[in-house]
Design a binder for this molecule. Sequence first.
Ligand SMILES: Nc1ncnc2c1ncn2[C@@H]1O[C@H](COP(=O)(O)OP(=O)(O)O)[C@@H](O)[C@H]1O
Ligand SMILES: [Mg+2]
Length: 506
Amino acid sequence: MEVAIVQSRALRGIDSPPVSVEAHLSGGLPRFDIVGLPETVVRESRERVRSAILSNRLTFPRGRVTINLAPADLPKEGGRFDLAIALGVLAASGQIDRHALCGQEFIGELALTGTLRATRGVLPAACAAHAAAHALIVPADNAAEAALVQGLRVLPAGHLLEVCAHVNGNAPLRCCSTPLPPPGSAGSPDLADVRGQHHARRALEIAAAGGHNLLMIGPPGTGKTMLAERLPGILPEMTHDEALESAAIASISRRGFRVRDWGVRPLRNPHHTASAVALVGGGSHPRPGEISLAHNGVLFLDELPEFDRRVLEVLREPLESGRIVISRAANQIEFPARFQLIAAMNPCPCGHLGDASGRCRCTEDQVLRYRSRISGPLLDRIDLHVDVPNAAPELFAHSGAPAPEDSAAVRRRVAAARAIQLQRQGVCNAALGNRDVERGCPLSSGQQRMLRQAVDRLGLSARSVLRILKVARTLADLEGGTGPADEHLAEAITYRRALSLRDTGA
Ligand SMILES: Nc1ncnc2c1ncn2[C@@H]1O[C@H](COP(=O)(O)OP(=O)(O)O)[C@@H](O)[C@H]1O
Ligand SMILES: [Mg+2]
């Protein structure tokens, strides 16, 4: 007997390599085997496929049925191969036309009744199917997600019988083509809600303009969380590729992708009890962690010193490289993780150091210990440190105070500054390589002297100096893009001192 072959796709990171589902029938005692590194859920597919076939008055072949998922060395998980396996069995037993299967890929989990259920990770498969110039048959509930890949022929189906009728040419499935939803930023809170905090608002704008990481230090209730939540709303609109990448990561995550999140920059704020795996990804079937879910968006770590220090240390590498590689005995999986880090912390364990009320009773030792929970190398990677002190109460007496600027106005300036950077160097300032920083930020001899003094006074590392230069570059870009002026450099230096213990005298 011949072998029937049905094309499907597995998941590896955010890639979706092809899998050939080969079905072979032979005589002998009834058996149904699936080979080719299937995980438990895939092995259970036997029961679903058998029931789906039998409950629809199709014939499950007698004798021996062998399914091979090739290539055999690629781990396979989930119910996504059910549909392809069922079609393989039906094609090998002559119940559907095996030659009509070419040029099409099939993904979907089967219910015992033959109804198709949505599966995780359809978007990466859709991208790959498009690149291979194949049509993609998916469960109806996954259609909107797959249709985000423009130009792909997406054929949604609700039931195994619909797919059979399509393959046999009796009732071809209708192509689902939906226009791309407009990138959404609606619903993200507005900066107009934040009163006062001019210094922190400025730092947030700089962070947005240059893609810099930001640490906010201040007592509880001064608006740090408010500010962080408003960053996605002032970032430039996502490009199509960025939106697709972020959607692909959401698609393989536990929660899955929601079409209304298309083009919305993600904001992730994991709790400080989060484990390293939750933060950077992993597990026996590696899933993206918070840093990947924040890809092209914002990772907000509130109460930074409360995070386990070892958990924070694993952030260092992805902060530099923009990706995370998870090594498993069998293979390595890579997830993109180009996120902007926004962190918040109190100035001391009680949170009130420096208050006019003088109610802070923390000893110098306690303060030092609290701050030393964040390692120097991690702090070095945060370009902007800013104080967020208690606001003056008159700001909240609604009458006289002018209304704060809204997100739309800030976003326009940010977009203009970003455009200058992309035109000049192709990336935002925070992502510049060391050599490019020096080239893009030529300093006069007076400016060099200013920088040297700051290094001596604040005990700055070489990395910090480069970060100061990048911030100075962004400040200049916010004002039209000529070389950084003295005041830009001076301002950039102020963003390194908030946590410098020597400077605060703590
Ligand atoms: N600068 C501010 N402008 C307007 N409201 C503020 C401001 N700071 C604090 N609030 C109010 O206090 C609440 C707590 O602020 P939050 O951002 O959570 O403070 P933090 O994160 O610094 O502890 C906010 O929901 C808001 O109602
Ligand atoms: Mg907070």
